[in-house]
Write a protein that binds this ligand. Structure first.
Ligand code: MG
Ligand code: MG
Length: 264
């Protein structure tokens, strides 16, 4: 079933969302050549648990071993942080973060360049971020889930990029993954009606080449079939009468700014 949440329940989701936003703001200076994805994972976990009652929502979810998912280059999602995975100049790194606090979950992802990105990689990041913005704008009462995917299609049209269709966004609230599914392709006016109170994780994933994907033998890491670069941007968004409320932004929380971990 699709849950409808009250504004104060959305505030709860926004509380975790603000922690994720703070983390994503802190990451660019740590996503550097020579850093391992395990080190980034440790930083993310420390940052999250430094906030009273907050835990990394993905740790142990379906058995996932990391605190966050870190996916490099052709890895689309669900990359497992590893000490031997050292970032190098020109990589792109998607960090997908879930936070659980007071029994509520929030979910957001961002793709960062390591050092100076190639022109091709920068363009892919830019278009994927714009696809997220357009998709979020479509998340208003009276629209349908299909309008969200249609907005992604419209943004990507005219580029050579592929939209990863086999992975989808989702409802979120008490659980990380709730109904409905939120595909990144869709037809306007199709799919479940968007109603005030719904909370959706909207998360376009694009590839520089083929949109086909494979799962590696580790059982987690999803890569593009042709090993082309992939980018992923995600926000948790509340559907409100006043328009989309991005719950994974620093200003999403009505509470005081959260404490931060010492920059170590
Ligand atoms: Mg996510
Ligand atoms: Mg998600």
């Amino acid at each position: 079933m699709i849950h409808l949440r009250t504004p104060s329940e959305m505030d709860k989701v926004a509380q975790g969302g603000a922690i994720i936003a703070g983390l994503i703001e802190a990451l660019p200076e740590r996503v550097r050549p020579g850093v391992s994805t395990a080190e980034l994972d440790a930083f993310c976990e420390e940052f999250i648990v430094a906030h009273d009652g907050a835990t990394p929502a993905f740790k142990g979810l379906y058995g996932f071993p990391g605190a966050v998912c870190i996916s490099v280059n052709e890895e689309v999602v669900h990359g497992i942080p590893a000490a031997k995975r050292i970032l190098v100049e020109g990589d792109i790194v998607s960090v997908d973060v879930g936070v659980r606090i007071d029994g509520w979950a929030s979910d957001s992802a961002w793709t960062f360049p390591v050092g100076r990105a190639s022109e091709g990689a920068s363009a892919l990041l830019n278009v994927t971020e714009r696809a997220l913005e357009a998709a979020v704008e479509a998340a208003v009462p009276g629209n349908h889930v299909g309008d969200i995917g249609a907005a992604v299609i419209q943004t990507v049209e005219g580029t050579q990029y592929g939209i990863i269709r086999e992975l989808v966004g989702h409802g979120i609230g008490r659980e990380v993954h709730e109904e409905p599914q939120v595909p990144n392709v869709g037809r306007p006016g199709h799919g479940p009606l968007l109603r005030e109170g719904m909370i959706l994780a909207i998360e376009p994933m694009l590839s520089a080449g083929s949109p086909e994907i494979r799962t590696l033998r580790d059982g987690w890491t999803v890569v593009t079939a042709d090993r082309s670069l992939s980018a992923h941007f995600e926000h948790t968004v509340g559907i409100t009468a006043d328009g989309p409320r991005i719950l994974t932004r620093a200003e999403a929380s009505l509470n005081a700014a959260p404490d931060t971990v010492d920059a170590a």
